[in-house]
Ligand binder design. Sequence first.
Ligand code: PEP
Ligand code: MG
Length: 600
Amino acid sequence: MNAKTNLDGAAPAVKAAPEVRLKGSAVSRGVAIGKIVCLHGTNRQFYRIDIKPSEIEAEIKRLGVAVTLAKRQLTRIASRKAGRIADSGPGIFEAHRMLIEDSSLQTKFEKEITEQNVNAEWAIKHVTDTYVAKYKAIDDEHLRDRYIDIEDVAERILAALGGSSAPKFALGKNAIIAAKELRPSTLIELAEDAPTAIITENGGWTSHSFIIAREMGCPAVTGLKKIFRRIKTGDMVIVDGFNGQVILNPSKETIDRFSAAADADSAKPGSSAKPHGPLKTLDGTTVRIYANSDSPAAYRKAKALGANGIGLYRSEFLFDRFRGVPTEAEQYKAYCLIADSAGEGGVKIRTFDLGAERLLDQNASKEKNPALGLRAVRLGLRFKQLLRTQIRALLRASANRHIDIVIPMVSGLSEIRSVKEMVHHEAELLASKGKSFGSPRLGAMIEIPSAVFMINELVEETDFICLGTNDLIQYLLAVDRDNEAVADWYRSLHPSVLKAVRTVLETANRAGKSAIVCGEMAGSPYYVPMLIGLGATELSMNVHSIEKVARMVAGIAADEAGQLIDSIGSVSTVEEVEETLNQAVKKNWAHLFPPNFSFA
Ligand code: PEP
Ligand code: MG
């Protein structure tokens, strides 16, 4: 389908409307000026595409295929007798199937496509919204709640539409994505069109979408309440990813003022040369920088900026790339490619860090508390075939390549030992078949509190450790890292976080084992003095942060960083730690930050 966004044809939004400043949280640095494209949908995100009359027939066909697929899925789920998850409600799924079959839903969708000349996704949204509004107005509670079923069915058809025949996103120039929340897979699809910035209602600093946004060098602001009431597709806005603000209907003066910053910011990473020799602090401590990267192209840029290898490859991104569980052959190829591009520096490949919902039926497997649920290494130990296949691909790819394996969400020694056994077993099988394979080193992600308490034993049992500050903060403080409502409690500088980081780094350093900090703290120049003071000498980050962090490392003395930690030792609240760091940064290192950086 020759899709075209309605952005180009949108009515000019820059009228006499007053300039409005919305305050949110900056989650990816930079400034951008552009036009809004509103994304809708929860599971599958989309926007309105105006199609040509000649494209209507194909669009209706696409809808038909998706409806058939959705019905087939529902029949399969409804008839499944056994199975822990499906047990909860075959009846519901049967009802959903009937809802598609009995009602005139499909006809309504088709009518909307034909009469409004819009894509199937938009037609589904429009028709569903009307139904939902009607149901919500019903007095009878039982009937009223049917709206949830309608939404569910619509999501399922939308997900089915997201198959291989899905229309490609086609963003206009300088598009600023606005969404309630942005799914990482959507952002990956959008990346080709290089959105200028992202604004969302929900999400946090460590949400995977914003980690990707930082990798793309795409400014982002989140925590903007009820944004869809304030903006619409086509509106002109400024996104200030330094200070966490979004300016609606900016005046000419405001645009002029921000234009210089936006231009400077759009300079792509890689323009500056790689620093000569190893990166050292002013007083000579070597700090090695690595890239968090899952693409050879991104790593090439990182290497040019001085990265020493890939410190974190989040292998679960392969689920997005291959739209489901990647086969051993697909994994092998991907691991070889990334390891070849990492060369001598090597790549630390983390085994799949995902939840059960990505493996099982999307609608049937909702866990009440997914962050504490069947995910990461637990999933691999429950569905052994999944982890075995990955280990096999990793073992094979590591023949003559520098690959390390990292195990996510380790709570203690048992998971490491179980994985080691699997590695051993798979290596024996490969050997018996005469296949070549390597001997990757094995490391643990330290990201849940029990692992901090077990750090002595874990350091003994592994070849290296990776400190995942994103989850460590989440689990230590019991704050959902993706929930904007509790973002105020997600405090990277909580004294307990610093104590945990210090314990982990000191233990690894004492044992002479490598400890690489790979959470988002490592990519923030603001936290770098703190991390160095706590003993970090290896930092892994998104490519876009490398220059800024390297500049910070080269501009501070490890001794000064140590003094900062000493002065923090005597304070006991998060506010005091933040204030102490802020004062130290302002006093000693303000020159290392961009001129428009706002110290809180
Ligand atoms: C972390 O938890 O800090 C980490 C690096 O992993 P992720 O953000 O993928 O959970
Ligand atoms: Mg993690």
